[in-house]
Design a binder for this molecule. Structure first.
Ligand SMILES: [Zn+2]
Length: 444
């Protein structure tokens, strides 16, 4: 299923090529020559309409800010799929940024553009030449040192309907997701004008899913077996690893959903490979999945801790949820608070209510289903938490902690086919119930 999406990677760094563990078709390109042309002088056909740019108040703000060290912009890459394009910038440290968009101006021959000014930043890319994308949505990416203090990234678009920008820490990455109406290359120029252009230039313009594309029920699910490769996740008392157990369950669940419900299922990983968290949700978005379900097993220093809990993404102040989020994200706890600001933006893209409903269906079903084979199962409930893996997803998404691998009974059980199958059945039932509910709701 993964091969249906053509994912293109372009990665330029000062250190050379880096390969991300995202499955798909890679197109790699690296320009080793230092650019001779400053970004301030792009080709005339795509030159920004400078009179349309806002005043450079970023510089003015800088005068009273004390910045001991500039954030270095060390890498630029993009991931391109049928439905949207993700651009990622690697930064050496946190930085302020502003995003603007400009409408196409046919009289000047300038395309619709998004530009991002990163203040207190210095560009250290080897190549500063425009990067041609031409995926039907994004024409090309230009990057340059706009002023002594500002790195500007300009996205020359074919069409533009919305974008979402957020910073991820550890390491710092500025992520720009651009949604649009991808059109065949031959008709791109005809399709691009006014109809598709946003009404204003407000950078916070949000994308709504086209209603015609919404089918009742669930068409496609992305299942995300947590961890993998060099990241084993939690480890059981008998040495079993979370990454292995969740992969086995995910594969069985995928097969069952395909066979019995005819749902397309995409696994973020099919084997023991390491996958960056951000690439997991990218895949879900690229596949335009209806649901994103991340499968994990819990862990605790207290080997008596037991039970099942399900999470959906939301802001939270609950300390335990933060600790869990830190562990699942593989980051220190302090970084979690850095994510909170993302949520104000993300909430508009998140189908929060549907995520909560899905979380409850899976929680109820897995507790009830496992109780049939294991007796007493502790219901730890539905909770909200911050997870990198759930940030950036455009569909209802949840994370299930299927028992504690650190609990002798529960860890041993989920290592066995019999209990894995019971868990698969329980998750399947939860998805089916969720599907029935949404189908009914959409057909009232
Ligand atoms: Zn986990």
């Amino acid at each position: 299923m993964m091969q249906r999406v053509s994912i293109v990677l372009f990665f330029v760094t000062t250190a050379g090529m880096a390969v991300l563990p995202v499955q798909g078709v890679w197109a790699q390109n690296q320009k080793s020559d230092a650019a001779k042309e400053p970004v301030g002088a792009p080709p005339a056909s795509v030159r920004p309409n400078d009179s349309a740019l806002p005043p450079r108040h970023v510089d003015e703000e800088k005068t009273d800010a004390v910045t001991p060290e500039k954030s270095q912009v060390t890498g630029l890459r993009f991931l391109s799929s049928k439905t949207y394009t993700r651009i990622m910038l690697d930064l050496s440290q946190d930085a302020k940024y502003e995003v603007r968009q400009l409408k196409e101006d046919a009289t000047k021959g300038t395309p619709a553009r998004i530009y991002i000014d990163i203040s207190g930043a210095r560009l250290t890319l080897a190549s500063k030449e425009p990067i041609v994308v031409e995926d039907g949505l994004l024409r090309q990416i230009r990057i340059g040192q706009y002023s002594a203090d500002v790195v500007r990234v300009v996205l020359d678009m074919h069409s533009l309907r919305g974008h979402n920008t957020f910073m991820l820490p550890d390491p710092y990455r500025l992520v720009i997701d651009v949604q649009g109406q991808k059109v065949p290359q031959t008709t791109a120029t005809k399709e691009a004008p006014a109809k598709k252009a946003p009404a204003g230039r407000k950078p916070e313009t949000k994308e709504k899913k086209p209603t015609a594309a919404v089918a009742p029920g669930i068409r496609k699910i992305v299942l995300d077996p947590g961890h993998g490769g060099k990241d084993p996740g939690a480890i059981g008392l008998d040495g079993s690893t979370e990454k292995d157990i969740v992969l086995r369950i995910a594969k069985k669940l995928a097969a069952k959903l395909r066979k019995e419900l005819g749902i397309q299922v995409v696994l973020t990983r099919k084997d023991d490979q390491y996958l960056e968290l951000i690439d997991r949700t990218y895949l879900a978005n690229a596949e335009a999945a209806d649901l994103f379900i991340s499968l994990h097993m819990n862990a605790s220093e207290n080997t008596d801790a037991r039970g099942i809990e399900t999470y959906y993404l939301d802001n939270t102040t609950d300390e335990a949820a933060r600790r869990l989020a830190a562990r699942e994200n593989g980051t220190s706890r302090n970084n979690i608070s850095d994510l909170e600001f993302i949520l104000a933006d993300m909430k508009q893209n998140m189908k929060l209510e549907e995520s909560i409903t899905l979380a409850h269906r899976l929680q109820t079903s897995s507790v009830g289903g496992m109780a049939k084979v294991m007796g007493n199962v502790k219901d730890l409930g539905v909770k909200k938490a911050l997870f990198h893996v759930l940030v950036g997803a455009h569909m209802p998404c949840v994370l299930v902690e299927m028992f504690f691998i650190t609990n002798r009974n529960e860890g041993r059980a989920l290592s066995q086919n019999k209990y894995q199958d019971a868990m698969v059945q329980a998750l399947y039932d939860g998805i089916r119930k969720y599907q029935q509910t949404t189908f009914i709701a959409k057909n009232l």
